[in-house]
Design a protein around this ligand. Structure first.
Ligand code: BMP
Length: 273
């Protein structure tokens, strides 16, 4: 999987959300996802519109938007069509199957109705996948499991990470990959390397070109370290792109372009190496 192109992987994948993402990456020549963690709808939409041309995916934390209303989702979907990107709500579900099914389908945000991809902590065990897939699978959605985290002192290591991989392998129709810091197959890291038809995407946060972290435990690596060095597929960048100047859309677009170029060069280096 390491050397296969995103386009080659798209043709083989069984899940529609994974195919959409891989196709989008190939079409736009981008493995950049921007995480738009701002609290006003207006700022959120301005950033999405500015980075849209350069990304394969927009990651949201919809519950931090102070003035949220259903029209925001319509506008996000319109921008997704305009700029051709996939939507990933970073909800990090972590409850029993019945509860996560309700949280995913209902409430104010109705995540399943608009987000192609969402994610979950494996901590409750396989029943969290059963609950979420009862809602998401009929809609053609995909799920990522948080197998590792980018933060200092993360507990998601060792056997926890291995068990996350085992859970994913048992639910390949719906689990399309991981939030993790390295690819989860090969190099003898696990008892069994993945078979030809097991293709898990690895989406990786904790990406920064100019700093090594923040004051709250976040740790950054460069796109090259992540995509070439660790074999991950998508770089997720938040503050590295919009920083403190999120009213300056030109500057934001410039940064998005910069991260996209770095991420794509690392991917080319990996596929032709
Ligand atoms: P930033 O690049 O500004 O540090 O933002 C990173 C984003 O990725 C945040 O939205 C955070 O919730 C998310 N994230 C992370 O940083 N580390 C993880 O292990 C998992 C995440 O979802």
């Amino acid at each position: 999987m390491f050397r296969r192109t995103y386009g080659q992987r798209a043709t083989k994948h069984g899940n529609p959300a994974a195919r959409l993402l891989l196709d989008t990456m190939e079409r736009k020549k981008s493995n950049l996802a921007v995480s738009v963690d701002v609290i006003k709808s207006k700022d959120f939409l301005a950033i999405v519109d500015a980075v849209g041309p350069f990304v394969c995916l927009i990651k949201t934390h919809i519950d931090i938007i102070e003035d949220f209303g259903p029209p925001l989702i319509d506008e996000l979907q319109a921008l997704s069509s305009k700029h051709d990107f996939v939507i990933f709500e970073d909800r990090k579900f972590a409850d029993i199957g019945n509860t996560v099914a309700l949280q995913y389908s209902s409430g104010v945000h109705k995540i399943a109705s608009w987000s192609h991809i969402t994610n979950a902590h494996p901590v409750p065990g396989p029943s969290i996948i059963t609950g979420l897939s009862s809602v998401g699978l009929p809609l053609g959605r995909g799920l990522l499991l948080l197998a590792e985290m980018s933060t200092k002192g993360s507990l998601a290591t060792g056997s926890y990470t291995k068990d996350a991989v085992r859970m994913a392998r048992a639910h390949r129709d719906f689990v399309i990959g991981f939030i993790a810091q390295r690819r989860m197959d090969g190099i003898g890291a696990y008892e069994n390397d993945f078979t030809e038809d097991e293709d898990f995407l690895v989406l990786t946060p904790g990406v920064g070109l100019d700093t090594k972290g923040d004051s709250m435990g976040q740790q950054y690596r460069t796109p090259r370290e992540i995509v070439f060095g660790s074999g991950c597929d998508v770089i997720i960048v938040g503050r590295g792109v919009y920083g403190k100047d999120y009213h300056l859309t030109e500057k934001i677009a410039e940064q998005a372009k910069r991260y996209r170029e770095e991420g794509w060069a690392a991917y080319l280096e990996r596929t032709i190496a």
